[in-house]
Design a protein around this ligand. Structure first.
Ligand code: MRU
Length: 469
């Protein structure tokens, strides 16, 4: 994926998130994804043969992280082009169909602009070349999507170089969520900076925020840092202020899902609190993101739609793993249980375990409720960090600082970057206005007659394991 102009780093045993390949059974193209909902205990690879499969993977967080979503969006359109257009015979109908699929992809999640950018860039290429013969146009669309996968890695490596240059020797870094290789096509943004600085011998330690509720830090960032051999410690989100107060953090580096024209940045919930703490402690606060995450069509963070997710992410934990039974008898018992497919076991009210045969062993997914039943939940997935709290936004074009103001520096630096503002969708102002709760039903307030009763159960409440945590 690299070429002679791409900076390279010796950190190379980190995971690739998404790639274009072939379904061996049919010989047709497929999009392959490492299922991030089950990492690191299970390393399932999802194979998508149709665009809808990629959309489901996006909604469930099978693939996640803003730059990875941009690539996933593009590859979903390429997949549709390859596998679902055999009966389309005019360019007009092909572009109309592509537009519909692009809309479906764009409606999977509302906050990360890269998703919209990825889908729209592909659609734009098709619309700009409608004079081509249809088969050539389709080939062009597929090639553009595959180029975007390679471009993403290249951009991340540039971000890594620019970011590493800002760090002191023996740097102690704090990061939030997962802005690593898993959140991009390859290499990562915030972690790309850490990987590059590690190669240069500059990293002493990384603090990894757990990142409740989905634990992207605890599950994914720790896994990547471990693979890369970088010293780290996992902390609960609430411990970040303490480690800062002790003088154990030289810089905070996070990723971004959408950056408004004034530098206001949407990123994983909890980022804003870190930026406030960083200001109090005089610690530089860096946002590492490609210019495709900058959305100059939005003037401030106020206009960024914040996704609300399934309340079950807050109400409990999903645990996933694989096991091998320790005796032939146990094996036979599990074979019997799973002979008709997934074996679903209710362990206690609101707790369940699903077991399925996987290769020679068995896979399990359990959801364990940790709250009383029916609690009211508010689960925003992102927050907005005001531009004034950001020391610099590290892009592939270099660090963008707030002087004289983010409006000017961002506009100048992102000129001709091919970002969202340059491929603006007709009639689309940069955000789709999803009604609150579109991405998970709020559970109604419990009505207990005599105060709280711990195990009161609302039979109507579906407490099956959420797909995504
Ligand atoms: O809900 P997620 O896991 O998709 O949220 C991801 C983040 O907030 C990341 O920090 C962001 O996308 C930057 S990834 C390089």
């Amino acid at each position: 994926m690299t070429d002679e102009t791409t900076p390279t780093s010796g950190v190379d045993n980190i995971p690739r998130t998404i790639w274009w390949g072939e379904d061996e059974a049919t010989g047709r193209p497929a999009v392959f994804l490492i299922d991030q909902t089950r990492l690191p205990l299970q390393g399932d690879i999802l194979m998508c043969n149709v665009a809808e499969g990629v959309c489901l993977a996006i909604q469930s967080l099978g693939v996640r992280g803003a730059p990875a979503l941009g690539v996933a969006a593009a590859l979903a359109l390429a997949l549709w082009t390859e596998n679902e257009t055999d009966d389309i015979d005019t360019t007009e109908n092909y572009v109309a169909g592509l537009t519909e699929v692009a809309q479906a992809v764009m409606s999977t999640r509302p906050t990360a602009v890269n998703l919209f950018w990825g889908a729209e860039r592909i659609r734009r290429v098709a619309m700009d070349h409608m004079d081509m013969p249809l088969d050539e146009l389709k080939a062009l669309v597929v090639q553009e999507a595959r180029n975007m996968e390679a471009e993403d890695e290249k951009r991340n490596r540039m971000i890594g170089e620019h970011g590493a240059a800002l760090l002191p020797d023996e740097a102690k870094i704090l990061t939030h969520c997962n802005a690593g290789s898993l959140a991009t096509a390859y290499f990562g943004t915030a972690l790309g900076v850490v990987f590059t600085a590690h190669e240069q011998g500059k990293i002493a330690h990384v603090w990894v925020d757990e990142t409740r509720p989905v634990n992207q830090g605890g599950r994914l960032t720790t896994w990547e840092l471990g693979l890369a051999g970088i010293p780290f410690a996992l902390i609960a989100d609430s411990m970040a202020g303490y480690v800062m107060s002790k003088g154990w953090v030289d810089a905070i580096i996070v990723g971004a899902d959408r950056i408004a024209a004034n530098g206001d940045t949407a990123n994983k919930i909890g980022t804003y609190a870190l930026a406030v703490l960083a200001k109090h402690h005089g610690i530089p606060f860096y946002v590492a993101a490609p210019t495709s995450t900058v959305d100059l069509t939005i003037s401030t963070g106020e206009d960024i739609v914040i996704e609300e997710r399934d309340p079950r992410e807050m109400m409990g934990f999903t645990v996933s793993g694989t096991f091998e039974p320790d005796s032939p008898d146990a094996n036979r018992a599990f074979d019997l249980l799973t002979k008709d497919g997934t074996y679903d076991m209710k362990l206690a009210k609101g707790h369940r375990l699903e077991i399925e045969r996987k290769g020679g062993g068995y896979g399990f997914d359990g959801w364990f409720r940790i709250t009383p039943p029916n609690v009211q939940v508010f689960n925003p997935a992102f927050d907005i960090t005001p531009g004034e709290l950001i020391t610099a936004i590290i892009t592939e074009r270099g660090p963008i600082r707030p002087e004289p103001n983010f409006e000017t520096t961002l506009a100048l630096m992102c000129m001709m970057s091919g970002g969202m503002h340059e491929i603006t969708i007709e009639g689309f102002s940069g955000a789709i206005d999803f009604p609150p709760g579109s991405f998970g039903e709020m559970i109604p307030e419990p009505e207990f007659e005599d105060g709280f009763e711990g195990e009161a159960e609302d039979e109507s409440q579906d407490e099956s394991a959420p797909e995504d945590s």
